[in-house]
Design a protein. Structure first.
Length: 636
């Protein structure tokens, strides 16, 4: 594409032409302290510019009040300008300050000064205004004259961050050794920036650049023009490298290489930093490797991630991660293990006052469960689980100390990931049996069973692209067993029951194929998890009575330890064929050791049987499980 050539007028004609265009601009800056009115074109005296500058205090404004275009001809140097000062005109006219070859450049000595609305000329081609190194020049308007700033130039009505403006110089600008401070803004889908327009030459020898970012919508490909001049010499001394964009770890700000030599601007670009630089979790690292495969391939979701914050990248990685699947196994193991604990409390060492063996006992009770697991050392997402179910069973005992039992659990609930919009609806159906032997000083209990589960999983992918989601429906199965040995002795009218137990559980999930999002749906061969948990416990039992029937209180507490690896791992493929990296997801590590408490109360007569309440709880520093059950037991 051919570049348009700009018409170059002689220097004085260019000043006059731009002055005619901008001469009607009237300053809108409000007086901070006082307006010092200049109504006399004389070099000195009442109402003169010299008098106003001599009397000016920090925060004042010098206001030119003439009815027609006026020239103030100087015969000597004007007083230095100190403190915060600005200039304005009351009428749409021009006021020219003619140095007349006799007065030195206006001395902008200190403070924050807005010299726009000044028009300074001289018969000698030298600087018309010179700022000291400790002066900050601001303004959103036009200054006519040659300006030298070894201090700071900050376009805008003040130097506060986010105050954008355009500073125009009808002449030359010399920023040698100074600093150009510019604000770049990207908010509400709109970009803007401070700008400096220079009619003549902008000299930037040894100048520094201070960039301030405003807003949080900077994206790859945005450009910002900050200076336009007849010529710019030479380049900035700093920065000589790309600048980090705040809270955008994958973007840099660079000098815009597409601009001609007489313009200065910046562009936002992908800096190539790996997505893995902002995530630490095992599953998140695996997820961002899939994003990396799609980087630079014009994938809308991944392009958005390039422009995202570190927090947004972590959220996207958590959304892609399928850690909910292996975590289902760990949550199911805990649920099954506590179901077995419930059966154990219901059938072990039961006594039926007034009934001689053989005896038949049946029971039914409803239960509710809440459990949770916090994020682990590998930053795997935790979860919260709720379940409701029904437990039914029957037991037969004989006079030789033997009893056998059959039981079933039917339950439904949900599991929700913490930190990502992912949840699973779960239904489980389990059944089994047990046998107990009670001797004079020792008892033995063995139990086992199996079951099936159905799962409907939803994973929102909105953190990656739009409002997409992936869903899956699949089945699972479980096998479980339990063995316990202990003794019973009485002390202070309480039965003390120390014991050792061992849980063995296996949970399997069928192959999983997600539907929905065409890019980030997952498929895998399913998986399985095994658990062997040792139990060291102590039970206490006390029997009493009420007017409505016998009362039995049972309390157990103890410690449980997991012997096998608590982490299940799923390896999934991603639907987008450009993703070459498999997705490896670890389930939540909820810990190896728990303390537990179990309480069961057999209460009053109800519906021909005996009402009961039971509580089960276990916890460690990372996870907890709580269940409450209530029902009726019948014996004959």
């Amino acid at each position: 594409m051919l570049k348009k050539r700009r018409l170059r007028l002689p220097r004085n004609l260019r000043r006059c032409a731009l002055l005619a265009v901008f001469g009607a601009l009237v300053s809108t800056q409000s007086a901070k302290s006082a307006d010092l009115v200049v109504a006399s074109s004389a070099d000195s005296g009442t109402g003169s510019l010299r008098e106003a500058l001599a009397n000016a205090a920090s925060g004042d404004r010098v206001v030119f009040d003439f009815a027609v275009n006026t020239t103030i001809t100087l015969t000597s140097d004007l007083p230095s300008i100190n403190g915060d000062l600005s200039f304005a005109t009351n009428n749409p006219i021009s006021v020219t300050i003619d140095r007349n070859g006799l007065a030195a450049a206006l001395d902008l000595a200190s403070g924050t000064i807005d010299p726009t609305n000044l028009f300074v000329i001289n018969s000698v081609d030298d600087p018309d205004l010179i700022a000291s190194p400790n002066t900050t020049i601001v303004g959103d308007g036009i200054l006519a004259g040659d300006l030298t700033i070894p201090g700071t130039l900050s376009p805008g009505t003040n130097e506060a961050p986010g105050t954008l403006g355009t500073f125009g110089v009808l002449g030359d600008l010399d920023l040698t050794g100074g600093t150009l401070q510019v604000d770049l803004s990207s908010t509400g889908g709109t970009t803007s920036a401070d700008k400096v327009n220079v009619l003549g030459t902008a000299t930037l020898t040894g100048a520094n650049l201070s960039i301030r970012f405003n807003g949080n919508q900077f994206v790859d490909g945005q450009t910002f023009l900050v200076m336009d001049a007849a010529s710019i010499v030479p380049a900035f001394a700093s920065p000589t490298f790309a600048l980090d964009v705040p809270d955008r770890p994958f973007l840099d700000l660079i000098f815009d290489p597409s601009l001609p030599a007489d313009q200065l601007g910046f562009a936002i670009q992908d800096n190539g930093n790996p997505f893995s630089s902002v995530v630490t979790g095992c599953n998140q690292l695996s997820a961002v490797s899939a994003f990396e495969d799609l980087r630079g391939m014009s994938h809308t979701g991944v392009d958005t991630l390039v422009n995202s914050s570190g927090e947004a990248m972590v959220a996207a990685a958590n959304a892609l991660s399928g850690s909910i699947y292996p975590s289902l196994i760990g949550a199911e193991i805990v649920h099954i293990q506590n179901n077995m604990e419930s059966i154990r409390d219901r059938v072990l060492l039961q006594r039926y006052p007034g009934i001689e063996p053989p005896a038949i006992m049946s029971w039914a009770r409803a239960y509710g469960v809440s459990s949770s697991a916090d994020s682990d050392h590998c930053q795997t997402l935790g979860y919260y689980q709720e379940f409701g179910g029904m437990e039914v069973g029957v037991a037969v005992s004989d006079k030789n100390g033997l009893s056998s039992h059959a039981f079933a659990h039917l339950a439904g609930g949900k599991l929700e990931s913490s930190g990502a919009d992912q949840h699973a609806d779960i239904e489980s159906y389990r059944g089994g049996g047990s046998i107990e032997y009670t001797g004079e000083s020792l008892y033995l209990l063995a139990a086992g069973g199996a079951g099936v589960q159905t799962y409907d999983v939803y994973r929102s992918l909105a953190a990656i692209e739009g409002s997409t989601a992936a869903q899956s429906s699949f089945d699972g199965s479980a096998q479980f067993g339990y063995f316990e040995s202990g003794t019973i002795f009485s002390w202070h009218a309480i039965n003390w029951i120390p014991y050792l137990g061992l849980h063995g559980t296996r949970v399997e999930l069928d192959p999983i194929d997600e539907t929905g999002d065409v890019d980030f749906a997952l498929s895998n061969a399913g998986g399985s998890g095994d658990s062997i948990r040792g139990v060291l416990g102590l039970g206490l039992e006390q029997s009493g009575g009420t007017e409505l029937g016998p009362l039995t209180t049972r309390i157990r507490c103890g410690w449980m330890h997991e012997y096998l690896d608590p982490n299940e791992v799923f390896v999934s493929s991603v639907a987008n064929t450009d993703v070459l990296s498999p997705l490896t997801d670890r389930g939540i590590d909820s810990g190896r050791d728990w303390g537990f408490l179990r309480v069961q109360l057999d209460l009053f007569r109800f519906l021909g049987g005996r009402a009961s309440l039971a509580y089960q709880g276990q916890a460690n520093s990372r996870s907890s499980f709580n269940a409450l059950a209530g029902g009726v037991q019948w014996v004959r």
